[in-house]
Design a binder for this molecule. Structure first.
Ligand code: ZN
Length: 455
């Protein structure tokens, strides 16, 4: 019998663009279908054709809805993929929000580049548009955690909770006599909103993320840190701007703010959630109550502490008003979105604070701020950044190195080989070294497009 082969088409030696190909007996299956994000040459990789024929691919299995795991799906469909896309029910709903937003961004980027070109002979086209997203949504097939399903003939797959964000899952795929487990992105243990990542007892091979493979979270209490930042800033008469990922981080920050307000600790300043996408993502916590820890009453109580801004004019009015306040706005790495005008408005004032709450990829404005940039390019202009920058990375939705190893401890015995993906080279190498030397696991870092035979 032909063996099962594994090839990473993305997120090999980098964090974004997750696409992992399994092939067996003339059939092929893609696990995740993400967009490359961050520096320009990574983004340009989205335009290079895949080394496989989209129309000949049999199925896609999605671990979770983040853009770097789903954002290439509409392009795959534009290129002719007509097979099923498997996901948990919550992932399908979160993906709808994320992919619609992504199509708008792609369309806007193409329109902008056409506006700035002198010639109209070769108009820029978007990577995909909203019609491709509609077709993508048609092809989703939802599968709950713990229930076996057959993504392709002769294969059996099963999701388990991964924490991380609403709907996120790990997946095991048994095919051609071999079981391969994919971690997707793993969340933190003891997260107040998300459940712990569930252990996987057995797999022959493991494909594991390594985002924070070289980092340990400090033990600082996130709520106490947030309180300190808000209290200090409000005492200076300043505003707190929090670029937050619309899905996950925004709800997490709201949770801590709600706790602090309930305890009477939080200064009485308005809290704005200024992101239609974050508002929609919040609604999904209500429609998928089993996918997180909060009950309905607490979910409502938590959301009641903030004002929600959908209208873009109202968003600008918040920037114009200089009274102390807390603004949660997307995008989380300040690559785009409304948070840019808040950074332009509040970045130059030393009384204000910008709070970073998650992973900041190389090449993003968020990373520049974390690295101490004194100027940011916003709307074509270099704007001075005199606001305080606070990096509360303990708020990240990603397991740190100890938590990754803790999760791997759930395997009854070491997989024959572990492929480390979804990390910048230092992080991945640190984790590989730790697995090799401390646990005696065989861990390798696949190169993009390198194929391994799994027997
Ligand atoms: Zn993720």
């Amino acid at each position: 019998m032909a063996s099962l082969s594994f090839t990473s088409l993305g997120a090999a030696g980098t964090v974004t663009g997750s696409k992992h190909l399994l092939q067996h007996d003339g059939r092929s299956l893609l696990v995740d279908c993400g967009l490359f994000q961050g520096i320009k040459n990574l983004r340009e990789a989205n335009w290079r054709p895949l080394p496989i024929d989209a129309a000949a691919l049999d199925a896609v299995v999605i671990t979770h809805a983040h853009l770097d795991h789903t954002g290439y799906l509409p392009r795959l469909i534009r290129d002719g993929f007509r097979g099923p896309i498997y996901a948990t029910p919550a992932t399908r709903d979160v993906a709808e929000i994320i992919l619609r937003d992504s199509a708008h961004l792609q369309e806007r980027e193409a329109a902008l580049s056409n506006k700035h070109r002198s010639t109209r002979h070769d108009p820029a086209r978007p990577l995909y548009d909203v019609h491709d997203v509609e077709q993508t949504l048609e092809q989703f097939r939802t599968k709950p955690a713990h229930k076996r399903f057959a993504p392709v003939l002769d294969a059996a797959a099963r999701y388990r909770g991964a924490g991380h964000i609403l709907g996120a899952a790990t997946v095991e795929i048994e095919w051609g006599g071999v079981t391969v487990a994919f971690s997707g992105d793993l969340g933190r243990y003891d997260d107040p909103l998300m459940y712990d990542p569930e252990p996987i007892p057995r797999a022959d091979y493991l494909v594991c993320e390594s985002t924070y493979g070289d980092r340990l979270r400090d033990d600082l209490d996130p709520a106490a840190e947030l309180l300190r930042v808000v209290t200090e800033t409000v005492a200076r008469g300043g505003t707190i701007v929090i670029p937050a990922f619309a899905v996950g981080r925004t709800q997490m920050i709201l949770y801590y703010l709600w706790m602090l307000r309930r305890d009477g600790l939080l200064p009485e300043v308005p809290i704005y959630v200024d992101s239609p996408m974050a508002i929609n993502a919040g609604e999904l916590m209500r429609s998928h109550p089993a996918a997180h820890r909060l009950d309905a009453a607490h979910t409502n109580e938590m959301f009641a502490i903030a004002e929600y801004v959908r209208d873009p004019e109202a968003s600008k009015a918040i920037s114009a008003d200089r009274k102390p306040k807390i603004i949660l706005s997307a995008s989380g790495m300040a690559t785009g979105g409304r948070v840019l005008h808040h950074l332009a408005a509040f970045g130059p004032g030393s009384q204000n604070t910008v709070v970073l709450v998650g992973y900041q990829a190389v090449g993003t404005r968020g990373r520049s701020l974390a690295d101490g940039a004194r100027y940011l390019k916003l709307y074509g202009e270099w704007i001075p950044m005199r606001a305080r920058i606070e990096d509360l990375h303990m708020m990240s939705a990603h397991a740190d190195a100890d938590e990754l190893v803790r999760w791997m401890g759930g395997f009854e015995r070491a997989p024959r080989r572990t492929f480390l993906v979804h990390g910048e080279p230092n992080a991945t190498e640190a984790l590989r070294h730790r697995l090799d030397h401390d646990l005696g696991w065989r861990a390798v870092v696949p190169k993009q497009h390198q194929t391994f035979e799994l027997t």
